[in-house]
Design a protein around this ligand. Sequence first.
Ligand code: GLU
Length: 317
Amino acid sequence: MPTTIGRFAPSPSGRMHLGNIFAALMSYASAKSKGGKWILRIEDLDRQRCRPEYSQQIVDDLLWLGLTPDEGPGSAAGGPHGPYFQSLRDDIYAETFDRLQKAGLVYECFCRRQDLTASSAPHASDGHTIYARTCLNLAEAQKAELRLTRKPAWRILLPDEVSTFTDGHYGQQTANLAADRGDFYVRRSDGNFAYQLAVIVDDAMMGVNEVVRGRDLLPASHEQTFLLRSLGFEAPSYCHFPLLLSPDGARLSKRDRSLAMDRIREKLKPGELIGLMAWLVGLQPHWSPMTIDNFVASFNWDLIPREDITVDAAALF
Ligand code: GLU
């Protein structure tokens, strides 16, 4: 069996909250419980929203909890697959983009945001709008004219093909790529590469063979598997976990500060936070402190629920 290589890939767009640190812990425990390695990669492609001080806080929060990466920021040795900040990896993405372009797998899209949000447009299972392919068959002359006033984004051309993979926690997943998922961005009109391209390039180049993350990204794994295979890479195994929700049913968000890591660190010691998360996911019957090593030792996907988990900050502290 090859060594399991997992990763945590946060976006530094604010202080982490309970849901983010939960994602870190789940990916760490899944990899470590198999004797594997765990990489930290900072997904700071969105230059507007991401800030270096948030990246620093991510590293600090992880180390505080005892989650020391084997590679990437915060690790002892750095690692052989750097840089571990996506904002420093444009050359690598450009090379892959070039391959997609040469293979005829991408096309220019001149649509503006307001063109894309028509209420009649079909939506995918994760809520995103399925692109109507308005720009797919533009004539060269039309494109040349549009380029005079707009910079195009680039989308992948998905085949009318069924994609199937088995998620380690949610089981078999099936979708028609073109009809259910829709052509997605690989490069934005500002020239920045898009998440879907960067994430698969990085997972492949960093040797990641186990992707553990929240179930909101379960459907996107179809696109990622397709892209990986189109480029000749092997897809990792995917294992998604339930989301943490606030009592109103919304996902925990960085805007809601009640479960932000700075607040949590004022109230809890690392072992208390690990114990809280162990209790929330059913690894222990009540909330009592737990060491990181015990969390890893008791980690068992069979005990993790599939339904989302409600966390009431007011009732906890
Ligand atoms: N950077 C993404 C996020 O913070 C996670 C990407 C992934 O795990 O594939 O939501």
